[in-house]
Structure formats: C-alpha cells, structure tokens
Design a protein around this ligand. Structure first.
Ligand code: HEC
Ligand code: HEC
Length: 475
C-alpha cells in the first residue's frame, strides 16, 4: 500500500497495482509524442473509458469528499470578493455580446471606501491612495493558492462533465463572464457568421458542424479535433493527486478557450515562483491570435506552434515536467501543433459594423457619444491600443503597485505584489470578454475606464468616462 495525498487533509491508501496501472496509462500517453500522429494508444478517452473508468479497481481512490473543505475555502474567498465588489448583476438594457444572447454587464462594480468617490480618488496621487489604503483594484486572489490548477465557472461545470473540483470553485457570477457558449467567427468566412450556431463545439458534434459542410480544410479540422481532445492536467487527471471527485481524462484546450473564445476559466500563471507569488490568470481569447506577435500575457512565446506544442506538458502542469510525466502529460508533436495552430489562426474577432476598413470609428454610423468617446480614447489610450486590433503588440509595466502596499503575496492576506510587464491585450471585440485585465479584477468596461483613469493619472471627467465606455462597446 502507498499513501497518496491530495493535500494535508486528504490522503488515500492506494494499492501498488493502481500505481502500476496509472504509470502504464502515463507511459501510453507519450510525453514526447515523437511522430505518432495521434494513435489510439495515446487516446485518453478510450483508455480511461475502457481500461480505467469501466473496471472497478481494488482499492481504487475513493471519490474524494472534501466538500466541507471547499465550502470553507470558498466562504472565506467569497467574503473578500463581496468586500471588494458590488455584484448587483446590473446589465445594459440593449447592448449584447456578439452572439446576441447575453447583455453586457454594467459597472463600476468595485466598492469604494467610506467617503471616497471616483472623482475624489482621481484627484489623489498614487502615494496618497496607497497611504490611505483606498485603491479599489489590487490584484484578484486565486481561491486556493497552494493547490492552483484550472477553475471553471459554475454554469460550465453544470453543462460539461469532469470539470468540477472538490476543493475550490469559481468566484464570479455569470453576469460578469463571457456569453456561453460564445459565437465562433472564421477569418476567411465572414459570410457565415457564427459557425457554432449557438452550440458548444465538442468532439461529439464537431463532425456534424464541420464535417460535410467543407467549412474547414482537412488540416484545420484535424487541429480543431486536437483542440477539443481532453488531455491530463495538474488537478484534472486519473491519478489520486487530483482535485476532481472521480478520475477524469483531463481538460481540452477548448474547455477553457470555449468555441475559440473564453469561458472565464482561470488558473495560476505557470511562469512565476515561488508558488505563493504566482498570480491568477484569466483565459485569454483565441480570437485574433493571427494578429499577435507575442503569446501569453508575458511569456513572450513568439509562435503559436511553440505555445501549442508546450502547453499540454508545461502550463497544464505548472511547468513541472516531472508531474507531467507522472500524470500522463501531453507534449504535442510539431505536426500536431501546426494543425492546431492552423485552426487557432482562423479564429476571428467578432464583427464590428461601426468600424471602417482601417479599424477606426465610422462617423456616418456612430452616435455622438461614440464619436466623443473616440476622441477621449485617441488622447488617453491609443498610444498602446493601436488600430486596427487595438494593441501595439508590446508589453508595458503599468506599475499598479504604486497604489497599494505590495509587500507580501496575496496568499498571505496582503493585497499582492508588484506584477511587472504585461502584454497590451487587444481591445477588438472587448465587450465579449469580461472580466478584464490579466487576472480578471475589472469586472466591467466601466471598471477598466476607472482603473486606467487612476493608473494613467488622466483625471477624466464623468462625461469623458461615459463616452469612452460607449466607444469601447463598438470595438
Ligand atoms: C485553464 C484553462 C486553459 C486551458 C485548458 C488552455 N488554456 Fe490557453 N490560455 C489560458 C490562459 C489563462 C492563458 C493566458 C496565459 C498567459 O497569459 O500566460 C492562455 C493563453 C493561450 C494562448 C495565448 C493567447 C494570446 O493571445 O496570448 C494560446 C495560443 C493558448 N492559450 C492556446 C491553448 C492551447 C493550444 C491549449 C491546449 C493545449 C490551451 N490553450 C489550453 C487558459 C487555458
Ligand atoms: C501604457 C500602455 C497602455 C495605455 C496607455 C492603456 N492601456 Fe489598456 N492595457 C495595457 C496593458 C499592458 C494591458 C494588460 C494589463 C494586464 O493584463 O495587467 C491593458 C489592458 C486593457 C484592458 C483589458 C483587456 C482584456 O482583455 O482584459 C482594457 C479594457 C484596456 N486596457 C483599456 C484601456 C483604456 C480604456 C485605456 C485608456 C483610458 C487604456 N487601456 C490605456 C496597456 C495600456
């Protein structure tokens, strides 16, 4: 008997046979997939169904039951969320996300300290805001920093098997998350509109959606298939060292990047150490990766193929190669990665009918407020967010730590540490992807405007801020 521990409180006695079968699973799931394109032997689905899930195993890890622990973790975490945000669920009466099924959330949602107003705050220097401890936008905490892993939104968990965790959950209401499922637009086929037709694209339906209609080239379709395939992850896998009640195959790229966009799932950045200093990171949309020179918020990976190839064995396992090997991590071959990149490269931004061919606002179609908002944007934001995709493809250090006591990490109950450079996220289609910023601390477009008003020390008037939000909604 071996003892395997999920964490300090949850350990299992595991028979040696289980370890052996788990190792075999890992071995059949080659870490370096050489040139085996995608053989049945490396298909976790058939393995887990036929050889693992199907057979009751002697002394197999019992379904984990740390639900009281999850309750405790989440109750504590939600206290901090509710202290920070007014989650009124307010949405815009007419403006929807691109699929037309979800109204965009309206803010600002950040709560201000007693006697503070947005106008007063904007007049203060960063030092004064820091000294008085009244900055509304410190980093957003990860609910279970010590454990990390992927966390999916509740509504997604309810609709898709195998994603729920027993130790931690999502913390934001659906109002502040992207439309689910989001529409999928293809670069070369604007005539088709949303090719997903309101469905979550999955291994079950992708043939029906893309098979005989000849929407995708064979290589794009193969790339999509691989992006939809479950692969083991640090907390989602078949070993006892996992966070799901039952052993699961893992998570697919497009579980987080649902329909090529984002479901609002988040994780801890793989690139930073120690564990206590890793920051929360919100799933970046795959829309418009064709226009990105750098991938990942600061990893500076320069090619989509490199990013894709390494993701399943590195980011999926917190950059711990040994863990990836133990749990059956997947290192895509160059050929597979290139197919996957082919698909990712054709995921388009949503249509923006009010933008010209150069990506600027078409005044013939715009409202007065949008035109005023464009001027505010040009003055305050366009140096970094440049048309047509509203990114300069560079990185900037916004030095947000000027505004809060940044000594000590979030996991120690402090507001957080200095976070350094981040890539300028593109603003095309921005109304579709709340929450905003790398960790999702800004729940609405109004919050992003208040945030940048402070961070850039712009002192915008209320009218300017309102107009700017109107402009952001048409991008
Ligand atoms: C936890 C859910 C999750 C899963 C599963 C996931 N990703 Fe991501 N993805 C993210 C997050 C979070 C980021 C931002 C990472 C960063 O900035 O370092 C990201 C970033 C990316 C980017 C960079 C986008 C950009 O514009 O910078 C690409 C490309 C990408 N993922 C592809 C993949 C592929 C391919 C897979 C499957 C092998 C995958 N992702 C699986 C969450 C996920
Ligand atoms: C100095 C360059 C710079 C300027 C000026 C700037 N931004 Fe940004 N913007 C960034 C960077 C860098 C990020 C990513 C930061 C992060 O994730 O921590 C970002 C992120 C954002 C996001 C979040 C995008 C997402 O997908 O989550 C929004 C919205 C945004 N900026 C709006 C604005 C607005 C509005 C202005 C003007 C008031 C502005 N920015 C001015 C650099 C800039």
């Amino acid at each position: 008997m071996f003892k395997l521990c999920l964490n300090k409180t949850t350990c299992f006695a595991v028979a040696a046979t289980v370890i052996i079968s788990m190792t075999t699973l890992g071995a059949q799931q080659p870490l370096l997939a050489s040139n085996a394109r995608d053989s049945q032997a490396s298909d976790t689905r058939s393995l887990s169904n036929d050889k693992f899930m199907g057979k009751p195993m002697v002394d197999a890890p019992k379904p984990l039951d740390p639900l009281p622990q999850k309750k405790e973790v989440m109750a504590k975490h939600m206290n901090t969320i509710n202290e920070r945000y007014e989650l009124s669920g307010r949405t815009h009466p007419t403006v929807t996300m691109s699929g037309g099924r979800k109204h965009i959330p309206v803010g600002p949602t950040a709560k201000l300290k007693k006697d503070v107003t947005w106008e007063k705050l904007a007049k203060l220097s960063p030092e004064e805001i820091k000294d008085r401890k009244i900055f509304p936008y410190p980093p957003l905490w990860f609910p279970l920093q010590k454990v990390g892993g992927f966390i999916f939104p509740d509504h997604q968990i309810q609709q898709m098997d195998g994603l729920e965790r027993v130790d931690a959950g999502h913390d934001l209401p659906i109002t502040y998350l992207p439309e689910f499922p989001p529409p999928l637009f293809l670069v070369g086929r604007p005539d088709l509109g949303d090719v997903s037709k309101g469905q979550v694209i999955s291994t079950e339906n992708f043939e029906a959606i893309f098979g005989d209609k000849e929407i995708l080239s064979p290589r794009q379709k193969e790339g999509l298939r691989l992006l939809l395939k479950k692969i083991p992850a640090q907390r989602h896998n078949v070993t006892a060292d996992r966070s799901t009640a039952q052993p699961v195959e893992g998570a697919a790229c497009m579980d987080c990047h649902i329909n090529g966009h984002t479901s609002g799932a988040f994780e801890l950045t793989p690139d930073v150490r120690p564990q206590s200093e890793r920051y929360r990171i919100d799933t970046i949309s795959m829309r418009g990766t064709f226009a990105q020179d750098r991938l990942g918020s600061k990893r500076g990976l320069r090619s989509l193929e490199d990013f894709t190839q390494s993701e399943g064995a590195t980011a999926y396992f917190d950059d711990e190669l040994a863990k990836a090997a133990e749990k059956g991590g997947r290192f895509f071959s160059r050929e597979e990665a290139s197919h996957m990149a082919r698909f990712q490269n054709i995921v388009d931004f949503p249509p923006a009918p009010k933008l010209t061919v150069e990506g600027s606002l078409d005044h013939a179609k715009a409202t007065k407020a949008e035109i005023r908002g464009e001027a505010v944007f040009m003055k305050n934001c366009a140096s970094c967010h440049t048309a047509p995709f509203y990114t300069d493809n560079s990185l900037h250090d916004l030095q947000v730590e000027r505004f809060y006591d940044h000594v000590g990490s979030t996991s120690e109950g402090k507001p957080g540490r200095a976070e350094g450079l981040f890539k300028t996220l593109p603003l095309r289609g921005i109304k579709d992807s709340p929450p905003y910023l790398h960790d999702g601390r800004l729940l609405t477009l109004e919050d992003t405007v208040e945030f940048f008003n402070l961070v850039l020390q712009r002192k915008m008037t209320t009218q300017e801020k309102n107009d700017l939000v109107e402009f952001l909604r048409v991008l």
